[in-house]
Design a protein around this ligand. Structure first.
Ligand code: ADP
Ligand code: MG
Length: 339
């Protein structure tokens, strides 16, 4: 039985179709991400699962029980928001205990559960501090402990790492994933950051304009995007179409190739290897990014491709030069066109 089952879920705000028919099954214990651009309906789906918003139509089941019309406190879910609004005058421990106090959980049990929750988020020694004596990452973990202390079956997280700087965000991504493994709770994680979704999730739903374009593992979504939108939103949009596709691949349609699958070579005389597609062009832009260099190449046969090259040796300056690009046949694949 899935932890969450959504069927025909819709939400309209006046003329806005915020969520436009979402069907989804999420098994227990999964780290599931909803990924998509701003305004694509992710938060609205989350708020409907939590019960803060009622669906215009469709149903929400939690562990087989239809909760579509229940109040938030009658659903076995908790939410962690981006602005995690800790009570500034309370200690960390009091913040974590607060929900249990409201539910009149006896003092000794409250203490014990708060202690465990703080240990889970590696803040066992921070209980007596005030929120303003913590770093951003630590405050975020208090917010997480505050949700975990309720022992929900499902935890909803809406861009919880959005306010953190990049380095801290990366650390927290790893920790959050580890914590999820330890507690075994189903996590529904909303983000607009493709790297975050790829590195943390068991599966990802890619949202576009209130609908899901694809659901799959990070590898599936990245290596085999189901639409041009997914190819562009998850990773760099690197498409061949029209005359370029016909000349280079020999077929009509829209084809996606990931930039790191392409080899770039200044020796134009070299023939393509067996099993490879190749195309010549001119480098129009070079972007040095430390570990990698990105080349923008305008193809003689029509179209443009980005190529990413690891700086395993000295970076090569192809700027303005003629190059041959090559990639294995299976690395360029057709994606359905929009519509
Ligand atoms: P996301 O979380 O993917 O950025 P949201 O679910 O917040 O997207 O929003 C989806 C769409 O619904 C947007 O166009 C947004 O402006 C609209 N929307 C969200 N909440 C409301 C509301 N309370 N009233 C009117 N429009 C809303
Ligand atoms: Mg949102």
């Amino acid at each position: 039985m899935p932890a969450i089952r959504l069927r025909g879920l819709r939400k309209e705000f006046g003329q806005v179709h915020a969520v436009d028919g979402v069907d989804l099954d999420i098994p227990p214990g999964e780290f599931f991400s909803m990924l998509g651009p701003s305004g694509s309906g992710k938060t609205t789906v989350l708020r409907m699962i939590a019960g803060f918003e009622l669906p215009t139509s469709g149903t929400i089941e939690l562990h087989g029980r239809d909760v579509s019309r229940l109040a938030p406190f009658d659903r076995d879910v908790n939410t962690v928001f981006q602005d995690y609004a800790l009570f500034p005058h309370m200690t960390v421990r009091q913040n974590v205990e607060y929900g249990l106090r409201v539910k009149r959980v006896p003092r000794a049990e409250r203490r014990q559960r708060a202690k465990e929750a703080l240990e889970t988020v590696r803040l066992g020694d921070f209980g007596e501090r005030k929120p303003d004596q913590l770093s951003g990452g630590q405050r975020q973990r208090v917010a997480l402990a505050r949700a975990l202390v309720n022992r929900p079956k499902v935890l909803l997280l809406d861009e919880p790492l959005g306010a953190l700087d990049l380095k801290l965000r990366h650390t927290m991504q790893t920790e959050l994933k580890q914590i999820q493994r330890e507690v075994g709770i189903t996590f529904i994680f909303v983000t607009h950051d493709q790297d975050e979704a790829l590195t943390m999730s068991d599966r990802i739903a890619v949202f576009n304009a209130g609908r899901i374009e694809q659901v799959g593992s990070p590898v599936e979504v990245y290596e085999r995007p189901a639409s041009a939108f997914v190819a562009g939103f998850v990773g760099t949009s690197n498409l061949l179409s029209g005359g370029g596709a016909e000349n280079i691949i020999g077929k009509a349609g829209v084809f996606s190739i990931r930039p790191e699958k392409i080899r770039v070579d200044a020796d134009l005389s070299k023939a393509a290897d067996v099993g490879e597609t190749s195309a010549t062009g001119t480098v129009t832009n070079t972007v040095y990014a430390g570990a990698t260099v990105r080349y923008e190449v305008t193809l003689d046969a029509g179209g443009q491709l980005s190529v990413v090259r690891q700086n395993t040796a000295e970076p090569v300056d192809f700027e303005g030069g003629r190059v041959r690009l090559s990639w294995r046949h299976e690395h360029s694949f057709r994606v359905p066109e929009a519509g």
